[in-house]
Design a protein around this ligand. Sequence first.
Ligand code: IMP
Ligand code: MG
Length: 179
Amino acid sequence: MRTLVHIHDLSFAPFISETTIQTRVKELAAQLDAEYAGKNPIFLAVLNGAFMFAADLFKQLTCQPELSFVKVSSYVGTQSSGRVDELIGLQTALKDRHVVIIEDILDTGVTMDKIGTLLQSEQPASLAVCALLLKPASYKGKHQPQYIGFEIEDRFVVGYGLDYKELGRELPAVYQLIN
Ligand code: IMP
Ligand code: MG
């Protein structure tokens, strides 16, 4: 794992290694398989941040999952703007389907609440959230997410899909901001 990573004006230190992530991804996949086998689940990966997590998770799943990518945006720099756009990219009817949202990180929960509300109106049979990271100290979401990779402190992180001003997504591990 690389030591320090410099992105724009900030520096980041190793936080969650690639091996640790992959081990946890396998555990999450096993949990999801146990719950969704035989249910024809559809997973909705939220772009851009969840692309790497979704890809790794999918390589482990055996529950015959469908996959669709959706997009929203609520973030500028290192602080939530509180603004969330519409959900775009959804082309499959979700009525009576078992739906799992795949997210990179749950911070305030504003994004997930908005996505949850939009998706509930489609009347899915069930709706669950699988996020790689959760910041419990800042999370104010209406529902507790069912599948979480790691609970982390309220500190800005990059890598494994997560960006700082659009850079850092390619890193295979998660790095945290140092000051
Ligand atoms: P929320 O609406 O505050 O929960 O923010 C959710 C979105 O903000 C995530 O999907 C990320 O794109 C972004 N985000 C939140 N925390 C971080 C972070 O530490 N690093 C990079 N992006 C973050
Ligand atoms: Mg994001």
